[in-house]
Design a protein around this ligand. Structure first.
Ligand code: NAD
Ligand code: UGA
Length: 467
């Protein structure tokens, strides 16, 4: 018998919890969806009257929140109450790489997941389905089950079942990915619970796209999917460097290899290296797990994907310095884009961070423009306060955030395009060139600029993967 779900609680109002629950609330108006978080400022932002103030920028999200919030979607810090009222609790909290102790720099830090499991164990009433939405090391469900069954034995009248339902959305396209997913994955042991969750998604996702597996396959599929996607990015970036050395063009190579139906065209865009909160942490976690399970060769294989990515980012910074006569000290460089990809305000692990830090280390003065990233976030990421007038002791790097492409180009020796925001694809290079100091360079780490237009404006051009 399928369990009827009337009340959902989602712990974690972040990039996954917020958009995912908004779409569930939108598609299931009779289900009450409560999104809860410890972070009061974040919750206040989710409740902002002005929908442009939502804490997560995602195209289409504001409209959905606008129509569901106050109907069957709420955001609050009342975690205990929301758990107590729920038939189904999603754990959608952060699982970053551990910073200290055993596995530091590799393993996932599970303290937030465990804290949630304990809170659910204490506050849940009746039968509660606990859904792992966070990306977790394979076999984490066993830990959650152990915590919940201890509570079950103590209280007697509460019961639990645990499902794994990893999220595959990509930032910038989250709403489309949630509304039309390639697949939904549900891992579990209890058929009734699996059916209860499947029935929710089946309101808008064709049944044949809802895959059910055992718990461990589901947990491991998520880590593996990210590892394979990241591997494609590192693969094409390695080929891009080789293209530059040989006169080949990586976009032509990507088209040629991606036309093979066995390979496919997706995820073959050369760039400044993958960023985002998950690829690196999930691969490092996968490698750590492989090592723990006695598979060091497998671990080394996956770690190479991250090493190539780090190399690509340092390579681009070195290349900029090289082209600018081997010194950028006291030179102005305009940075176009700071988010880890277009259409998001997220900067976690953005390639821009490492590249900008390298240039600051060389003493450059950076004028950074991103349409969605706040100067405060840039300061946190760069580990350095902004210097609005760029007046700093001789030889030291400095940066300031600017509000337009034109301001980023003011008196610079180079523009470095790092995020493929749509507006950077159609730049008036004649006008921009007027603002730059000659000889001037354009470094396009996304290969989105019109090479002929840049050349016609009298600017030198480097594009990733173009020999
Ligand atoms: P996030 O940091 O944006 O959000 C997590 C939220 O959980 C934070 O707001 C935090 O305050 C809250 N939280 C932590 N512990 C809590 C507790 N005990 N009680 C209440 N709230 C608590 O993270 P995210 O990007 O949404 O990612 C969440 C998970 O989803 C991670 O495991 C991640 O790997 C995975 N994931 C992320 C993406 C993505 O695109 N960001 C995509 C797929 C999967
Ligand atoms: C990625 C996955 O695509 C999602 O399926 C997954 O759910 C998510 O991670 C997660 O687990 O967090 P996301 O990181 O949001 O999503 O964005 P992607 O589109 O995958 O891009 C990741 C990085 O790779 C970006 O920096 C992007 O610019 C870069 N990239 C991507 C390339 O350089 N080239 C490509 O061809 C594709």
């Amino acid at each position: 018998m399928s369990r009827d779900i009337r009340n959902i609680c989602c712990i974690g109002a972040g990039y996954v919890g917020g958009p995912t629950m908004a779409v569930i609330a939108d598609r299931c108006p009779e289900i009450e969806v409560r999104v809860v978080d410890l972070n009061a400022a974040r919750i206040a932002a989710w409740n902002a009257a002005d929908l442009s103030g939502l804490p997560v920028y995602e195209p289409g999200l504001d409209a959905i929140v606008g129509r569901c919030r106050g109907r069957n979607l709420s955001f609050s810090t009342a975690v205990d109450e929301a758990i107590a009222a729920a038939d189904m609790v999603f754990l959608s909290v952060n699982t970053p790489t551990k910073q200290r102790g055993v596995g530091a720099g590799q393993a996932s830090d599970l303290r937030w997941v465990e804290a949630c499991a304990r809170q659910v164990a204490t506050m849940a009433r009746g039968h509660t389905i606990v859904v792992e939405k966070s990306t977790l090391p394979v076999r984490t469900a066993a830990t959650i089950q152990a915590i919940l069954s201890a509570a079950q034995q103590e209280a007697g009248n509460t019961t639990f079942s645990v499902l794994s339902n990893p999220e595959f959305l990509a930032e910038g396209t989250a709403i489309r990915d949630l509304e039309e997913p390639d697949r939904v994955l549900v891992g579990g042991e209890d058929p009734d619970s699996i059916e209860a969750l499947t029935a929710i998604y089946a309101r808008w996702v064709p049944r044949e796209r809802i895959l059910t597996t055992n718990l461990w396959s589901s947990e491991l599929s998520k880590l593996s999917a990210n590892a394979v996607l990241a591997q494609r990015v590192s693969s094409i970036n390695s080929i891009a460097a080789f293209c530059e050395a040989t006169g080949a063009d990586v976009q032509e190579v990507a088209l040629a290899i991606g036309s093979d139906s066995r390979i496919g065209p997706g995820f073959l865009q050369a760039g400044p290296g993958f960023g985002g909160s998950c690829f690196q942490k999930d691969i490092l976690n996968l490698a750590y797990l492989c090592e723990s399970f006695g598979l060091p060769e497998v671990a080394a294989y996956w770690r190479a994907v991250v090493e190539l990515n780090t190399w690509q980012q340092h390579r681009i910074a070195r290349l900029v310095v090289g082209k600018l006569f081997n010194t950028v000290t006291a030179k102005r460089i305009g940075i176009l884009g700071f988010a880890f990809k277009a259409d998001t305000n997220d900067t976690r692990q953005s390639a821009a961070i490492r590249i900008c830090r390298d240039l600051l280390e060389e003493g450059a003065h950076l004028q950074i423009f991103d349409p969605k990233v706040s100067p405060e976030q840039m300061a946190v990421d760069l580990g350095l306060a902004a210097s609005p007038d760029l007046a700093v002791p001789d030889g030291q790097g400095s940066w300031q955030a600017v509000h337009s492409l034109e301001a980023a180009a003011e008196q610079v020796d180079a523009l470095l395009l790092l995020t493929e925001w749509r507006q950077f694809r159609a730049i008036d290079w004649q006008a921009v060139a007027q603002r730059m100091r000659r000889p001037a360079w354009v470094f396009d780490a996304r290969a989105v600029t019109d090479g002929a237009a840049v050349a016609a404006a009298g600017l030198h051009l480097w594009r990733v993967g173009k020999g």
